[in-house]
Design a protein around this ligand. Structure first.
Ligand SMILES: Cc1cc2nc3c(=O)[nH]c(=O)nc-3n(C[C@H](O)[C@H](O)[C@H](O)COP(=O)(O)OP(=O)(O)OC[C@H]3O[C@@H](n4cnc5c(N)ncnc54)[C@H](O)[C@@H]3O)c2cc1C
Length: 294
């Protein structure tokens, strides 16, 4: 009998949760490597593993497959990401039913980015235009615990952080139980965002998303405007200096994440969500350096 646990309840019970995000590998053969990584992450006893949902194509089915494996074979709690991209209500209903079949209890409800080659997100006929509509649909469809995305520096399409926060509130009012943030490198952005959210009576837990920079190419990618996260000059200067020394970049990225999390620990965060980039070692190193109340 598989134990059923909603993230909403885990957040209620625990002083600090720990979660690790993984993504479905593009190549079929790399699935076994990912499973080994997830098992290694099990050593740090994460409260849940989150599995991203591809922008399109074959990796989408993989989200259900991986989520099922994590839950039913590895016995770990799982959060399956789901987007509105190119899906009708019926498509979404079928995915929700498939997730339910696999004992998945938790969904991260997202709008998703515009499909590759397009600039603007377009609602398809019979589909959803914004994540709050997806939250509402999931809530009416079945009893899942629902998370949503939050953007400490504002979502790139939003005219201002305030407007974006009003839209975040729509997602919470529609039934979201918790928020996981986009990566950020300056904790003050997170604290400001949290204060403003509270002023809007957004009272669900806001879990900071932590992204340890592990290599130069990855750093260049997240520095692009698509991520909407400012790179601090301290981080940028250092990474540029270490450009030709991959080992040192990883070391510094880990150190930066530890410092960031140390500061957050002293400021009453409900948990940490780590963007693992499908690697376990850096996560274990980071957590080994932190006095986590678990
Ligand atoms: C923790 C996390 C995990 C993610 N995982 C994935 C993943 O697995 N797969 C993937 O493809 N992408 C993922 N993303 C990226 C995400 O899909 C994009 O950032 C996307 O552009 C926005 O999704 P959203 O759910 O935040 O959208 P929304 O909340 O719908 O917001 C999108 C934009 O519309 C505005 N808006 C929202 N609601 C309304 C409304 N009702 N009326 C008018 N304007 C509105 C917002 O201010 C914002 O500018 C993730 C992001 C985060 C932070």
């Amino acid at each position: 009998m598989v134990q059923v646990m909603k993230i909403k309840n885990i957040l209620d019970q625990k002083k600090l949760t720990l979660s690790c995000e993984v993504f479905p590998p593009k190549r079929e053969g790399n699935l076994e490597i990912l499973y080994t990584t997830i098992k290694e992450l099990g050593v740090i006893s994460p409260d849940f593993i989150s599995v991203t949902y591809g922008a399109g194509g074959s990796t989408r089915d993989k989200t259900i497959e991986i989520a099922s494996k994590v839950k039913n074979d590895f016995g770990m709690e799982v959060l399956a990401h789901l987007t509105c991209v190119q899906s009708t209500r019926d498509d979404i209903a079928a995915i929700l039913d498939a997730l339910r079949e696999e004992n998945v209890e938790n969904i991260l409800a997202l709008r998703g980015d515009p499909p590759e080659g397009t600039e603007k997100f377009v609602r398809i006929a019979g589909g959803f235009g914004y994540a709050n509509e997806l939250v509402e649909f999931i809530k009416a469809h079945d009893d899942f615990s629902i998370g949503v995305a939050g953007y400490p520096e504002g979502h790139i399409e939003a005219p201002s952080i305030d407007v974006d926060l009003v839209n975040l509130k729509r997602k919470v009012d529609a039934g979201a139980d918790f928020i996981i943030t986009q990566l950020f490198f300056n904790n003050n952005d997170f604290y400001r965002f949290r204060d403003r959210a509270l002023k809007l009576k957004i009272r669900v837990p806001i879990i900071p998303g932590i992204f340890p920079v592990l290599n130069y190419n990855q750093f260049i990618r997240i520095a692009s405007p698509l991520y909407g996260a400012k790179i601090t000059s301290r981080l940028a200067d250092k990474i540029e200096k270490l450009k030709d020394n991959p080992g040192e970049i990883e070391k510094y990225g880990i150190e930066y994440a530890i410092n960031q999390m140390y500061n957050l620990l002293g400021n009453e965060v409900p948990g940490f969500h780590i963007y693992t980039m499908n690697r376990s070692d850096p996560v274990r190193k980071i957590l080994g350096e932190l006095p986590l109340p678990r």
